[in-house]
Design a binder for this molecule. Structure first.
Ligand SMILES: *Cc1c(COP(=O)(O)O)cnc(C)c1O
Length: 416
């Protein structure tokens, strides 16, 4: 790459499975002056952000805040704080991020049982309930939308099953939060985490988290050295101490409560960014945001199919913000991605694991989830494919996407 481009990168349209283009409002918020971490203005921002995070997760949980670090920091905080060595954990795996949950739970010393289903499919909730009955885990850890396969696992019945058997449910909602319906309370999810760089239109680096009193009890039931928010005279039970200081949710609760016990220095810039991400989504309104994603997904699917492309996976359970496309026989998938990037400045995703070299993944998320980006991406892909010798009618994809937008107007006003 030329030096000039390194110093001043060319603009890209990021239509892969994340990260995506950051909303300019978020970038502006991130350039606000820094404040001391106990400045009343700053703690007011922290409290305000808690309220916004609650709304994004559709929860009444008291605990809703940010873990510093990318989405995986949220996953680690949830799992290391809940799992004591020797605890049984059940992980249903339907893609790469399920394997990540397995790996992290195992590092926390859990006895992990995994269930696996073919990539491109999701679990029937009864399969998970049967496994709960058989293995009696303390925790079920599951992904909502797994971008690696573009599938979204239905969770409502899994939440209900976990309550019936008094099992905790953790969900990684990184890829769906702020774009696809994810009602934490309605689905009876005990603890959930996310990141900013998917539907929340922010940069990677902050992990929204929420958890309820069931999860809080499990965390506080462990051995703690800090007094903090534990009532006076509280005697730590025999639980084992949380193995991470940075991701110790008991300490983070103290930091995010009015006690403000000193822990890390909150990343002010990321807090400003995360807060703006949430404000943008809530100003548009959750219902409107979800409708915009559903509509863009339908238009993208219609366009791709009209181009004679075959879509990957069980379309009934496809995420409403990512679409997997089989690379047609005889087409060099990486050459197509390179041409999209070099000739049009558009990034689309490749894939990994069992899907490596077999599918592309196109995201329609957050700030980028707009009609113009759907049309531009389809138009560019069509030209690149035709130049690669693939047979499709000129204009077919864009025409079909236009028609889909006309056939399914969003329920509410669309921010564009
Ligand atoms: C993208 C994604 C992540 C990303 O984690 P980072 O630490 O932010 O890279 C995690 N989980 C899921 C389900 C994702 O789709």
């Amino acid at each position: 790459m030329k030096i000039a481009e390194e110093l001043n990168p060319l603009p890209r349209l990021l239509m892969g499975p994340g990260p995506i283009n950051v909303d300019p409002r978020v970038l502006r918020a991130m350039s606000m002056p820094l404040l001391g971490q106990f400045d009343p203005q700053f703690t007011a921002y922290m409290n305000d952000t808690m309220g916004l995070v609650r709304e994004i997760f559709q929860t009444k949980n008291h605990w809703a805040f940010l873990v510093n670090g990318t989405a995986r920091a949220g996953i680690e905080a949830a799992l290391v704080s809940l799992i004591e060595p020797g605890d049984r954990v059940l992980v249903p795996i339907f893609g790469r991020f399920g394997h990540l949950l397995h790996e992290i739970a195992a590092r926390c010393g859990a006895e992990v049982t995994t269930l696996e289903t073919e990539w491109g499919t999701v679990f029937d909730p009864s399969v998970i309930e049967d496994a709960i009955k058989k293995h009696k885990p303390k925790l079920v850890a599951c992904v909502h939308g797994d971008t690696s396969t573009t599938m979204a696992q239905p969770l409502a019945e899994i939440g209900a099953a976990c309550r019936r058997h008094d099992v905790l449910l953790y969900v990684d909602a990184t890829a769906t939060l702020g774009g696809v319906d994810f009602p934490v309370d309605r689905w009876q999810i005990d603890i959930a985490t996310a990141g900013l760089q998917k539907c929340l239109s922010g940069p990677p680096g902050s992990a929204p988290i929420t958890f309820n009193e069931r999860a809080e009890r499990a965390i506080l039931n462990r051995k703690h050295v800090e007094a903090g928010i534990r009532p006076a005279g509280y005697v730590a039970p025999n639980g084992q101490r949380i193995a991470s200081n940075y991701f110790d949710l008991a300490m983070l609760m103290d930091y995010w409560s009015e006690a403000r016990l000193n822990h890390h220095t909150e990343s002010a810039t990321m807090l400003y960014g995360a807060r703006e991400c949430a404000r943008i989504v809530l100003q548009e309104g959750l219902a409107s945001v979800f409708a915009r994603h559903t509509q863009a997904s339908a238009a993208m699917v219609a366009g791709l199919q009209a181009m004679n492309l075959k879509l990957f996976g069980d379309l009934k359970h496809k995420m409403q913000n990512v679409t997997g496309i089989y690379i047609p026989d005889g087409v060099d998938g990486e050459a197509v991605r390179s041409s999209m990037l070099d000739d049009f400045g558009i990034e689309i995703g490749s894939s990994f694991g069992p899907l490596k070299g077999r599918i592309w993944r196109i995201g329609t998320m957050g700030y980028n989830c707009r009609k113009q980006n759907v049309l531009i991406t389809l138009g560019a892909l069509e030209v690149v494919l035709r130049r690669a010798g693939f047979n499709c009618r000129a204009g077919a994809g864009v025409d079909a996407a236009f028609a889909a937008y006309e056939a399914t107007p969003a329920r509410t006003a669309i921010a564009s």
